[in-house]
Write a protein that binds this ligand. Structure first.
Ligand code: PLP
Length: 387
């Protein structure tokens, strides 16, 4: 067998994530300030860690049900009803996943047939097109632009529709832009989805991290529960990335198909993490404290970038700023590489999130204000060479 044939066609053409590349580079250098990886700098709340520790002390080390602990599924349904007004059955309409990452992969694999097209608003989180592709689907990129607040609309989606369109995957609040989708636009998307008889995978992992305007879920629209796989999790809002814990909610038949795949590939989410997640959902006080803090950091980051001379979209959610670096005349790849080498600041080039990200960089502000201020000084020093 040739060296080439040892690797599957899918794995061969899959590009490595543009986020990891800069993370690995930055890790190998000293004195780097990282605005690269999208991860809270907080440790998980102590009450959450304590629940995990206690579970181990009590010897709760066995598998749980494939779908996850019933107590956690009930808590997830209760929380989702409070937040969206939509009621899910904890026995048949939810299961616990290993991160939203697993939810995305499983949702595509449960719904996509070879050749089905998936609408992917662009710029987009790096897993959306990769997971659609691995499931045999064809990602169709729907370019969104800063002038429209990186929002999708009925007319925009219509342009990219074909008889093969099966799904729209959307993630608002958005990574990398920080955009949210206002209710009026959610209504347009709903009309588009219903008129064309397609489905939505809605990644709402940043739903709790908004500044000013609240997140509005597409499942809250009439009859959209039947057409939506709602993914959410604990990584961002509760600073629990390493616990690898999240959930998927949706219509019975799709959840059953996803759970069947999960049963063979994952078995169940880690027991300790499920117990920690039950504790996380007991109250949101620590989430509110983190949101206040992210908001302060967001203001420092956005006003700092603007005062250097970059035009910067006002992020309304998540923890990313997505300034345009076009006036430097550098591509976003060149900018990120030179900034890292010359000033030791790691950012992610916008192109890592698709073509529509060209001319931008993603700066994660989930880091201490002192670090953000130092990074801004270095970015200014760098930018002065160009304008
Ligand atoms: N969805 C989005 C938009 C993300 O930004 C991330 C992580 O950065 C994920 C999903 C993956 O989250 P998890 O840690 O739950 O797998």
């Amino acid at each position: 067998m040739s060296d080439k044939d040892r690797i599957s066609q899918f794995a061969r053409v899959l590009k490595p994530s543009g986020i990891r590349k800069y993370f690995d580079l930055a890790q190998s250098m000293s004195g780097v300030i990282s605005l690269g990886v999208g991860e809270p700098d907080y440790t998980s709340p102590w009450r959450v860690r304590q629940a995990a520790i206690k579970s181990l002390e009590m010897g709760q080390t066995a598998y749980t049900s494939n779908s996850g602990m019933l107590e956690l599924r009930k808590s997830v349904c209760k929380k989702t009803e409070e937040e969206t007004g939509i009621c899910y059955d904890p026995y048949s309409e939810v299961f616990i996943t290993v991160g939203v990452s697993e939810g995305l992969d499983t949702a595509f694999r449960a719904m996509i047939n070879p050749g089905d097209e998936v609408l992917v608003p662009d710029p987009h989180y790096v897993s959306y097109d990769a997971c659609a592709f691995l499931a045999g689907g064809t990602p169709i990129y729907v370019p969104t632009v800063e002038q429209d607040n990186f929002e999708i609309s009925y007319d925009l989606l219509k342009k990219y529709l074909s008889p093969k369109t099966k799904l729209l995957v959307m993630g608002y609040p958005a990574n990398p832009t920080g955009a949210i989708l206002p209710k009026a636009k959610v209504e347009e998307v709903t009309r588009f989805v219903k008129e064309n008889d397609i489905f939505v995978i809605s990644d709402e992992i940043y739903s709790k991290l908004t500044y000013g305007q609240k997140h509005y879920s597409i499942v809250s629209q009439p009859d959209m529960k039947e057409r939506t796989i709602l993914l959410n999790g604990f990584s961002k809002a509760y600073a629990m990335t390493g616990f690898r814990i999240a959930y998927a909610l949706g219509p019975k038949d799709i959840i059953a198909a996803m759970a069947k795949i999960h049963q063979y590939t994952i078995m169940c989410a880690p027991t300790m993490s499920q117990i920690a997640a039950i504790e996380a959902l007991r109250q949101d006080d620590d989430v509110a404290t983190m949101v206040d803090d992210y908001n302060r950091r967001r203001n420092v980051m956005v006003s700092g970038l603007r005062s250097i001379g970059f035009s910067c979209f006002e992020p309304k959610g998540a923890f990313y700023a997505f300034p345009s670096i076009a006036k430097t005349g550098l591509s976003s790849e060149e900018f990120a590489e030179k900034l890292l080498m010359e000033e030791r600041v790691a950012v992610v080039p916008g192109e890592a999130f698709g073509q529509s990200g060209a001319g931008h960089i993603r700066c994660c502000y989930a880091t201490a204000i002192s670090q953000i201020e130092e990074a801004l000084m270095r970015i200014e020093h760098f930018a002065r060479k160009y304008f």
